[in-house]
Design a binder for this molecule. Structure first.
Ligand code: XMP
Length: 512
């Protein structure tokens, strides 16, 4: 295991992912972790992340010098580089030298293991206010920039190295190679974190946990629950029962993807609950977004509990499978209070008093790893590459009351938008594209020779890294035109298509 010490920037998760892309398993630990604890975990290497603080700030997270004499290979990045320099007797200046963004890196004659053989000048991504002006004793300076004399150093004997820039970001084109060299060449770690090993290890761990017991798994139609279920299916076969609740709030084709394609790929036992009428009944007359979310969440839990009770009535079920991912684990560990903007819930989110033991086969994985594992397990492409879709589904994309007719209208418009975006090859560029029906708004139009008085459809294509912030995607006009023409021609109730050009913040991605 490689431990990534998180100094509070948004980069730690990215670093951990890049380490895994070099086929080495990594985990994130908070900066407050004592060195004794780090050493006790016997990591193959440690990477110190960047962070927003100045090493001179009063509350700057310090690095305990003992880390560097424990015989563990250590790589310091940005703040971690400066903290390392300072802890080992080098000099860090708070002298107003700043570099932000793309910067030219100049390799010195002695380019060392990390940079040897790379272009003598190449671009890297910098983001720092302080800078290292003198490397600690025993270190060789291997790179500088136009503004800072010490932009990278290494001490091959002690297997310590650092760079001022951010090798983990895509704007540092040789960054991944530098990380790879640190892991493989400096630290001597054999690459072993591969999709095949992830599957083997997870399946073995699930077998061990469940033993001869039985498990149940709620499927949402999305990638996480599908991959979690497929892994558990591989581990315990038909002692797993999958439950799929159709709330009537899914998009066109999604129920079939679960009922036919998922089952064909995995051979899983599937228990489908058709709760469409119940949900429509519960949502009748409700227009307030929070109210809708609460009703959908509450009803879902009731239906799911009834379904699990039914399955468990036949034979004892001791385990519940959940698709928790590694970022959720990291984030819930660092839980600082944030304002509730919307009461998010995941379909599959359950009350605290649940009487099952949880099985979380994706707990160590990042989303991209989940997708690779899903593909390797033979799950359908539409599920594996599905973009994010909210638990409350189309229920929060109808602005106004949710009715069966309105769901039909929205489903038809959404299917057209998705079809055209996929045909245009834009899926990878778009984080997600909610399609929203303004059911309480009507506008006048003309079609054929007649006046129409229909509803607008809103397209909300966004680009994002993590859904915390987002920008509206600049879709090509010809694609927008095709979507607009098709929706207004093919969907009877809709006579206008509008484009949402709001970033997040201030807008959220969903309209409700
Ligand atoms: P917002 O609208 O808050 O959405 O900018 C951020 C991301 O979260 C998704 N989303 C949800 N996902 N349950 C979910 O599982 C929810 O209740 C929910 N609400 C929003 C949204 O689609 C976007 O990806």
């Amino acid at each position: 295991t490689v431990l990534v010490v998180d100094y509070g920037a948004q980069y730690a998760q990215l670093i951990a992912r890049r380490v895994r892309e070099a086929d080495v398993y990594s985990e994130i630990v908070p900066a407050s972790t004592p060195v004794s604890e780090i050493v006790a975990r016997n990591p193959a290497a440690v990477i110190l992340s960047g962070g927003p603080a100045s090493v001179y700030a009063d509350d700057a997270p310090a690095v305990d010098g003992a880390l560097f004499s424990a015989g563990i290979p250590v790589l310091g990045l940005c703040y971690g580089f400066q903290a390392m320099a300072r802890a080992l007797g080098g000099e860090v200046a708070h002298d107003g030298t700043r570099e932000y963004g793309r910067t030219e890196l100049n390799l010195t004659g002695t380019t060392g293991t990390l940079h040897g053989g790379l272009p003598a000048k190449h671009p890297v991504w910098m983001s720092h206010g302080d800078s290292v002006v003198a490397a600690p004793e025993g270190f060789t300076v291997t790179a500088s920039s136009d503004r800072v004399a010490v932009a990278a150093f290494e001490d091959t004997d002690r297997r310590l190295a650092g760079v001022q820039y951010h090798p983990e970001v895509g704007h540092s084109p040789h960054g991944q190679e530098v990380l790879r060299r640190f892991l493989h060449d400096v630290a001597g770690i054999a690459p072993s974190w591969t999709t095949a090993s992830i599957i083997d290890d997870t399946v073995a761990a699930v077998r061990e946990q469940i033993g001869e017991g039985r498990a149940i798994c709620g499927l949402s139609g999305g990638v996480d629950s599908a991959v979690a279920a497929a892994l558990v299916q591989r581990a315990i076969g038909d002692r797993l029962t999958c439950v799929f609740v159709d709330l009537g709030l899914l998009r066109s084709g999604e129920r079939e993807q679960v009922e036919k394609d998922f089952v064909a790929a995995t051979g899983a036992n599937l228990h489908v609950v058709d709760a469409r009428d119940r949900f429509l009944g519960a949502l009748a007359g409700v227009t307030d977004p929070e109210e809708k979310r609460k009703i959908i969440g509450r009803e879902f839990i009731r239906v799911f509990e009834a379904a699990t009770a039914e399955v468990a009535a036949e034979e004892h079920v001791g385990f519940l499978v959940q698709g928790t991912l590694y970022p959720d684990v990291v984030e819930s560990g660092g839980g600082s209070g944030t304002a509730t903007i919307k009461s998010h819930h995941n379909v599959g989110g359950l009350p605290d008093d649940i009487e099952f033991a949880l099985v979380e086969p994706l707990r160590a994985l990042f989303k991209d790893e989940v997708r690779t594992v899903g593909a390797e397990l033979g799950l359908p492409e539409v599920i594996v590459n599905r973009q994010p879709f909210p638990g409350p589904g189309l229920g929060i994309r109808i602005i106004g009351e949710v009715t069966a007719e309105r769901l039909e209208t929205l489903r038809a418009a959404d299917a057209i938008a998705r079809d055209e975006l996929t045909t245009a090859g834009l899926d990878a560029e778009i984080w997600q594209c909610p399609v929203v029906l303004l059911a309480d708004v009507r506008s006048v139009g003309v079609q054929g020779d007649g006046r129409t008085y229909g509803h607008p459809i809103v397209l909300r294509p966004v680009s994002s890294e993590d859904a915390m912030t987002a920008d509206w995607t600049r879709l090509p006009y010809d694609v927008l035109e095709r979507i607009s023409t098709r929706i207004t021609n093919e969907v009877a109730e809709v006579n206008r298509v509008v484009l949402d050009v709001t970033s997040k913040p201030p807008g959220t991605i969903e309209w409700e």
